[in-house]
Write a protein of this length. Structure first.
Length: 102
């Protein structure tokens, strides 16, 4: 067991390092997966301010239609794989639009 691995944000069980990668070109991010519920997350990200500085570009006029499109795909896949009563958690969705429309 990795003694530095954090507890799961969802169920508070032990996590295990899943992989590391670079985020926004150069920030190192370590992702941990919960051994109990499978939740995958990174902890204490230091790039969030940079990530949300320009979440929406003023010239991006297709953002809402893309959100509707991906919301429909997500809802369809959810029903197909998990049934009509499945719950979808949109964590880190950025602008919250899919959460409001789902
Ligand atoms: Zn968990």
């Amino acid at each position: 067991m990795d003694s530095h691995a954090p507890k799961c944000k969802i169920c508070h069980h032990q996590t295990k390092k899943a992989f590391d990668t670079k985020v926004i070109y150069f920030h190192k991010a370590i992702f941990y997966k919960c051994e109990h519920c499978g939740f995958l997350a990174t902890y204490n990200p230091d790039w969030l301010n940079e990530a949300y500085t320009q979440a929406i570009n003023a010239t991006d006029t297709g953002i809402l239609i893309r959100n509707h499109y991906f919301c429909a795909i997500t809802a369809t896949l959810s029903v197909l794989f998990f049934g009509k009563k499945a719950n979808i958690l949109d964590m880190g969705g950025g602008v919250w639009h899919p959460c409001k429309t789902a």
